[in-house]
Design a protein around this ligand. Structure first.
Ligand code: NAI
Length: 398
């Protein structure tokens, strides 16, 4: 029988429990089904579909709105007993199996979304098999590197401050350690490279390719998840390299709006709330902000996991009547996080945290750690240990 071991390096999860991942996908489906159905898009393409925000989007739209979905992601399957692959691999499989049981189309493409070939394969599939044009394109990609499809040059993103170094507390989940970290300011090259990877260029390339191929429906919507944050994380997020990349997405949204005007399409930046994901766990200092924020929001009853947040965004805001936009037209579901009392309490709480108390009941390290573990299939509610062999895992098809 295979033993699944949670293996954490720094704030990166290396181990995976494939059956726990499956149970978590089923839990999220259950969450959406309990809320009932809502009128929404029927043909959806999700780029970055295998975990956190992208996966939650796919689950909400399939099981809430009855959408057929295409998911693009970059994941690895099992090789042997010591290398079982990545959580997203198993999430893709669990999603497809559950969606197909309900008669929905759920096509997975596991490949580099940044390449031209990847876009072409998806387009060919839409034309030949998907059975209709796309009415929603969700761009939910998070990556540390990108190879430019024209030049072949690879760019690496850096999560850094601008101008001055930032010094502050961080958490290492491997050692359950609370320590002081210094984040150096980025060079001009690092800023440009981060924009190249996490900015909106690839989103625009996708939309141009899909439009050119005539696979977008009249009135198509495309969403892209952004983060603006607050004064408490401005120095290393909104005011850092990632903030520059997000500003680039705002600009590219304008280009995409112009591109889609003749088919009545729209590009929508969605400023989403802070959640525990593979991508956010490695942002310096962010875990400390999260354990303060989550504690305050949990007490107020406003703390959300990705499925809760995303389902609210599509069900109540985009396809409902509770949308809140800011002055430049971005959708603002992050208003619960930004609530002034929530921020004031989070600030006061974070200032009290130290090595002795960060892991106590005054903050929400327990929530952060559980949510982080669930991403790899550990600590999943309702999980029951089962026997599975490596051959059985290898035989699963995405
Ligand atoms: P994640 O790491 O959980 O998911 C990233 C997805 O991108 C995965 O499906 C992965 O397979 C896919 N991916 C990465 N490289 C790829 C490639 N080369 N080709 C194809 N697929 C690839 O990330 P998360 O946190 O869900 O982020 C999604 C978006 O949400 C990002 O734009 C992020 O900035 C944004 N966001 C995240 C927040 C957070 O607190 N986590 C808050 C607000 C916005």
């Amino acid at each position: 029988m295979l033993q699944f071991k949670q293996n954490i390096r720094g704030n990166v999860a290396l181990g995976v429990n494939p059956l726990g991942c499956k149970q978590e996908v089923l839990n999220q489906i259950e969450y959406v089904k309990k809320k009932g159905t809502y009128p929404g898009p029927k043909k959806v393409l999700i780029i970055g579909a295998s975990s956190s925000y992208g996966l939650a989007t796919r689950i909400s739209l399939a099981f809430g709105a009855g959408a057929d979905t295409i998911g693009v992601s970059f994941e690895k399957g099992p090789k042997n007993e010591r290398n079982l692959g990545t959580a997203g691999w198993y999430n893709n499989i669990a999603f497809r199996e559950a969606a197909e049981k309900e008669g929905l189309v759920a096509k997975n493409f596991v490949q580099d979304a940044f390449s031209h070939e990847s876009k072409q394969e998806v387009i060919d599939y839409i034309k030949s098999e998907f059975g209709g044009k796309i009415d929603l394109v969700v761009y939910s990609l998070a990556s540390g590197r990108r190879t430019d499809p024209d030049t072949g040059e690879t760019y690496i993103s850096s999560i850094k401050a601008l101008g001055e170094p930032v010094v502050g507390p961080n958490i290492n989940m491997q050692n359950q350690d609370f320590y002081t970290e210094t984040l150096e300011p980025a060079t001009e090259q690092e800023i440009a490279d981060t924009v190249k990877v996490m900015g909106g260029e690839d989103w625009q390339l996708w939309m141009e390719a899909l439009k050119e191929a005539d696979v977008l429906a009249d009135g198509v919507l495309t969403t892209n998840y952004s983060y603006l944050g607050t004064e408490l994380n401005h120095a290393y997020y909104g005011g850092g390299t990632l903030g520059r990349a997000k500003a680039d997405c705002d600009e590219k949204a304008n280009n995409i709006n112009a591109l889609l005007a003749d088919i009545n399409g729209k590009a929508q930046i969605v400023v989403a709330t802070a959640v525990t994901t593979k991508a956010s766990s490695v942002i310096p200092f962010f875990p400390v902000y999260c354990i303060g924020l989550y504690k305050v929001m949990a007490e107020k009853g406003t703390h959300e996991t990705p499925i809760m947040h995303i389902d609210r965004i599509y069900r109540e805001m985009i396809y409902g009547d509770k949308a809140e936009y800011d002055e430049v037209g971005r959708l603002r579901p992050d208003s619960w996080e930004l609530d002034s009392d929530t921020q004031a309490k989070t600030k006061a709480l974070i200032q009290k945290l130290n090595e002795e108390n960060f892991n106590s009941e005054i903050a929400a390290y327990d929530i952060l750690y559980k949510e982080f573990s669930i991403l790899s299939g550990f600590m999943v509610d309702g999980y029951v240990e089962q026997e599975v062999t490596i051959e059985e895992l290898k035989a699963l098809k995405y």
